[in-house]
Design a protein around this ligand. Sequence first.
Ligand SMILES: Cc1ncc(C[n+]2csc(CCOP(=O)(O)OP(=O)(O)O)c2C)c(N)n1
Ligand SMILES: [Mg+2]
Length: 293
Amino acid sequence: MDPALATPAHHSPLTDGHSVDLNLSADTELQLIARRARRRLLRMHFERKVGHIGGNLSCLDALLALHHRILRPEDSFVLSKGHSAGALYITLWSLGLLADADLETFHAEGTLLAGHPVPGWHPRIPVATGSLGHGFPVATGMAFARARCGQEGRVFCLTSDGEWQEGSMWESLIFAAHQRLPNLTVMVDLNGLQGFGSTREVASMEDLGQRLAAFGIPVLHVDGHDHLAVTAALRRPGSAILVLHTTKGAGVSFMENRMEWHYLPLNAEQYAQALDELSEDAVAAALAAGGGR
Ligand SMILES: Cc1ncc(C[n+]2csc(CCOP(=O)(O)OP(=O)(O)O)c2C)c(N)n1
Ligand SMILES: [Mg+2]
């Protein structure tokens, strides 16, 4: 195993009050963290009666891999698919960078933990996003400025697949490719669904990976729910585009690949069923069977 992935030699603070078994492999540790993160994310959305759950679940594993394994203080991250702010807050909570009391203010009047990121109050939330097609251009500018000024640090950006229907994304890609930026990693959450159907039905960009590759920046295809694969791809030096093959609603059977879970809040029965599927017992069974997520 990559030594950089080794489990810390003390109790991990990365969970919802439980400590992680010290002998677990780093991969298993992240799987457990991801299960707990899913449960906390669902609770947060259930308590506030808000949606956007499907797209939060599709990118949560990549966010966990990035924030737990890759990001250094000199790096920056931009959540271009700002409607997945919940997954970012939960990721920061899983690192002990946000508290339960913070999460309880999610979507509340006047909160900093809004449904789309409010910038500037947390070092890992540098940019206001939510209007799709906005974050990636900003991330490109940040990477350009760093490269120009000879500054350390990489810029990471998470985009959605529907977002690539925005013209500003392609303008930025033209710029990034032309400038041969050395420090920009863009992830595409390729879950195949957007607000009103599949991306294929609404405005097909297939094969998106090939289209992106035409710009000359290396494109890597990764299982977006495989923490080790995502970590390895993110660790690659230089600029790259990571096409994350994901499932919208990943981890909750009745949400997976269902467009309506872009919008729906959970009712009490659905919440109970989802928690059942993500229970500690279910985690143990899945790990024993060699399963992920
Ligand atoms: C410019 C803009 N238009 C419309 C919206 C409303 N909106 C929010 S999410 C979304 C689409 C969701 O699909 P996708 O972009 O693929 O995200 P994911 O599947 O990851 O949730 C839309 C249209 C928006 N946020 N910004
Ligand atoms: Mg999508």
